[in-house]
Design a protein around this ligand. Structure first.
Ligand SMILES: [Zn+2]
Length: 78
């Protein structure tokens, strides 16, 4: 993770290739290049920042696929 100036927050980053063939880190939200200070965090800390790891299902309480077992959303929970 790194600090994104346009987003004014700490964001997830991805590696992108520049026109020169160099690698640069970009913000997953606004695609801006982010600066030097990369911070590697675990899944728990990512979730504290609002990222959901490993499950595409929205965090809702009660109901939904989690209890019914639609075969798509529930597979990772076992
Ligand atoms: Zn950003």
């Amino acid at each position: 993770m790194a600090e994104c100036v346009p987003c004014a927050r700490t964001v997830l980053t991805y590696v992108a290739l520049t026109d020169d063939g160099d690698q640069s880190r970009c913000c997953v939200h606004c695609d801006a290049r982010v600066g030097a200070e990369l911070r590697w965090v675990g899944a728990d800390e990512l979730q504290e920042d609002g990222y959901v790891i490993g499950s595409p299902a929205p965090r809702k309480s009660g109901g939904g696929c989690a209890s019914g077992g639609c075969g798509t959303c529930g597979t990772r929970k076992h």
